[in-house]
Design a protein around this ligand. Structure first.
Ligand code: TRP
Length: 368
């Protein structure tokens, strides 16, 4: 029998989701969901993981649970096809994490490049590193394996987590016998979509830098971010000046977002992005025109998302029920995996009375 195709992916609920999330993963998830190629699709709101660096601010996490749900539903995640659940309500994940921690060395955890970068960014290098944060890749391995996921669609920065999960799976299966499914990462094909920079050109969109375009932003806010903050080419002072494409955020976004169809509709002077870029390089194409085109491209994408969000906002009761029902289903799936793991580890003492029988046999033997 062919291996079941099972997806798990997730997000930390630390804020509203933005365009970077959309092009880097949400759009892809909807395509995968609608491809009919998967037996099961699961999306997890990773609130426990979010708490590993927000332990002093659980309110922030709580406030973003419904926010992230609204983002999911408004981009087209369909609860009849995709199970959406919340991590903290799945106790099996905590147990699995505890067992997996024994299969990983602290030296190996210290080498994780994404965690290293996050430690720097959050100032943990000076303040002291919470052990929970240091170990979150292990908890992520628990997430992935608990759902028996073989496909994990994520951004590029998550590759070290999947690698770590694979090592844990291999180690577990080696020590305790074939039990866990080996996962594979799936990252976006379009390189520009893998890491959309903030509007200011900084590496990543981040709330604290104020350089995001949120899926829930209104048209006015989007326009303000692009016209007011988007980094272009500081050497392109006059329209006639030759312009640079590299590092020019307007073009980075166009690379990630626009199609030839957008040109036909909004900027028929050019057949495609290559023609537009050539003109910009040559000189004679102003930033204003480029930004206006980008805004049109983004609005075409954001408009239906906003409309869908408004519908769900008018019915938060349903949003809540979708999460509650998805989580109830996930409780069952993850509990089944935990039972299998405990059996493999021979710590399933109460699954049957075999430990009693083993003892009786031992005692009988001793008397002979
Ligand atoms: N670490 C992921 C992120 O920061 C979120 C996440 C938690 C996740 N658990 C997961 C992603 C399991 C994929 C699979 O984006």
């Amino acid at each position: 029998m062919a291996e079941k195709q099972i997806i798990l992916t997730g997000d930390r609920p630390t804020g509203r989701l933005h365009l970077g999330h959309y092009v880097g993963s949400l759009k892809r998830r909807v395509e995968l969901q609608n491809s009919g190629m998967f037996d099961e699709i699961n999306i997890m709101i990773a609130d426990d993981q979010a708490l590993t660096d927000n332990a002093d601010n659980p309110r922030k996490i709580r406030d973003n649970i419904i926010n992230v749900m609204l983002d999911y539903l408004s981009v087209g995640i369909d609860p009849s096809k995709t199970t959406i659940c919340v991590q903290s309500a799945l106790p099996a994940l905590h147990a699995l994490t505890f067992y997996y921690l024994n299969l990983v060395t602290t030296a190996r955890l210290s080498r994780n490049p994404t965690v290293k970068a996050e430690i720097q960014m959050r100032g943990f290098a000076d303040e002291g590193l919470p052990a929970g944060f240091f170990c979150y890749p292990v908890s992520q391995a628990a997430d992935i394996t608990a759902f028996n996921a073989n496909v994990v669609p994520v951004g590029e920065d998550q590759l070290p987590m999947i690698e770590q999960a694979r090592e844990i799976v291999e180690k577990f299966n080696n020590v305790y016998g074939e039990t866990l499914v080996l996962p594979k990462a799936m990252i976006p094909e379009n390189e520009m979509q893998r890491r959309l920079p903030g509007v200011d050109g900084k590496a990543k969109m981040s709330k604290s830098l104020g350089n995001c375009i949120y899926l829930s932003d209104d048209a006015k806010t989007v326009k303000k971010q692009v016209n007011g903050k988007m980094f272009t080419d500081p050497l392109h002072l006059k329209i006639e000046d030759p312009g640079h494409i590299e590092g020019n955020v307007v073009f980075t976004y166009l690379d990630a977002l626009c199609t030839d169809g957008h040109f036909a509709e909004y900027l028929p002077d050019y057949a495609n992005l290559e023609e537009m870029k050539a003109h910009y390089r040559r000189g004679g194409l102003g930033d204003g025109t480029c930004k206006k085109f980008l805004i049109n491209v983004m609005e075409e994408m954001l408009r239906p998302i906003r409309a869908e969000r408004a519908k769900w906002e008018a019915d938060i009761g349903s949003v809540y029920d979708i999460l509650r029902e998805g989580t109830a289903k996930a409780v069952e799936t993850t509990n089944e995996t935990l039972a299998r793991v405990r059996k493999a580890m021979r710590i399933d003492y109460f699954a049957d009375r075999s430990i009693e029988k083993e003892w009786e046999a031992l005692l009988k033997q001793a008397k002979q």
